[in-house]
Design a protein around this ligand. Structure first.
Ligand code: NAD
Length: 260
C-alpha cells in the first residue's frame, strides 16, 4: 500500500531515540521528509548520517523544547528549509517520577510543563502551515494516563491532558480538515523504558513479570509497531479518522489480564 507520504514534511519531536527514532526512520522509508527534533547532538547526527547514507532526505534540529521560544524557532526553521509542514508528531517526553509522596508542588509544576507545554506550543506554531496542507497531528500519550502507574503524578497528568487535547484540537480543527489523533503505547523497550526498569531491584525479573501479562504474544510492543500506526495516521489513508485514541499495546490496557 502506498501511503502517499512522498515528500511530505513531518516534524517529530524527540525523534532521535526510542519510539521517535523509529517514527523518523519509518517516515523516511516511505519517502517522506522527517524533520526530527532532539536534545542530544550526537544521537541526532548519528541518525541523520544513517538516513543520508541511505539517500533519504531528512533534517535534524537540536533543541530543548521546554522553552516556548525554542518550539517557535524549530517550526520556523522547518518552514525556512522546506516551505511547508504536512504533519506534526508530538512524541518527546520523560517519565520523571514526580509523585505525591516523592514530589513537591514546584516539582509537579515543572514535570507537567516539561511533558505537556511543548505539545501545545508545537501545534500552535505549526497550525498556519497545517491549515494550508490539511495536515495531521499525532500525539503520543501513555497508558499511565488511564491506568495510573504510581509515583508519577506530573507525567500521568501531562499524558492525560494530551488525550484531552487530542479531542479538543480534533473538534477545533474540523473546519480545516486537520485530523488529530493520539497513540497510547504501554510497554515498549526504549531508553526511557530501560531507565524506568532500572529503578527496580531486579530489572530483568520486572521485565519478565510485565511481559507475561501482555495478552497478545506475551511480548512487548516494538517501536516499529508504534511507528507503523503513526505513519498510517498521518497518511491520506486515514483522512476520515480524527479524535481517536489508538491503543497499540497487544491488548495490555483493555483485555482481561487473568487470561494470561
Ligand atoms: N517506552 C514506552 O513503553 C512508552 C510507554 C508509554 C508512552 N511512551 C511515550 O512515548 C514517547 C517516547 O518515549 P520513548 O520511550 O521513546 O522515550 P525516549 O527517552 O527513548 O525518547 C524520548 C525522546 O524525547 C526527547 N525529549 C524529551 N523531552 C524533550 C525536550 N524537552 N526537548 C527535546 N527533546 C526531548 C528525549 O531526549 C528523547 O530523545 C514519550 O512521549 C513517552 O511518554 C513510551
Amino acid at each position: 500500500m502506498d501511503l502517499g507520504l512522498k515528500n511530505k514534511v513531518v516534524i517529530i519531536t524527540g525523534g532521535t531515540t526510542g519510539i521517535g527514532k523509529a517514527i523518523t526512520r519509518a517516515v523516511a522509508d516511505e519517502g517522506g521528509i522527517p524533520v526530527f527534533i532532539g536534545r542530544n547532538q550526537e544521537n541526532g547526527l548519528l541518525l541523520l548520517n544513517e538516513l543520508k547514507k541511505n539517500n533519504k532526505e531528512a533534517y535534524y534540529i537540536q533543541v530543548d523544547l521546554h522553552n516556548t521560544e525554542s518550539c517557535k524557532k524549530a517550526v520556523l526553521e522547518t518552514i525556512n528549509k522546506y516551505g511547508k509542514i504536512d504533519a506534526l508528531i508530538n512524541n518527546a517526553g520523560k517519565n520523571d517520577s514526580i509523585g505525591l509522596e516523592n514530589g513537591s508542588p514546584d516539582a509537579f509544576n515543572v514535570s507537567v510543563s516539561n511533558n505537556l507545554n511543548h505539545y501545545y506550543n508545537m501545534a500552535h506554531f505549526c497550525l498556519e502551515e497545517l491549515k494550508k496542507t490539511e495536515g495531521k497531528i499525532v500525539n503520543i500519550s501513555s497508558k499511565t494516563a488511564l491506568t495510573g502507574q504510581g509515583g508519577t503524578s506530573g507525567y500521568a497528568a501531562a499524558k492525560g491532558a494530551q488525550l484531552a487535547l487530542t479531542r479538543e484540537w480534533a473538534v477545533e480543527l474540523l473546519k480545516y480538515k486537520i485530523c488529530v489523533n493520539a497513540i497510547i503505547p504501554a510497554e515498549v523497550m526504549t531508553p526511557l523504558y530501560k531507565s524506568w526498569l532500572s529503578t527496580f531491584e531486579n530489572p530483568e525479573e520486572k521485565r519478565k513479570e510485565i511481559t507475561k501479562k501482555i495478552p497478545l504474544g506475551n511480548r512487548m510492543t516494538t517501536k516499529e509497531e508504534i511507528a507503523s500506526m503513526t505513519i498510517f495516521l498521518i497518511s491520506n489513508k486515514a483522512n476520515h479518522i480524527t479524535g481517536q485514541h489508538m491503543f497499540v499495546d497487544g491488548g495490555y490496557t483493555h483485555l482481561d489480564r487473568s487470561i494470561t
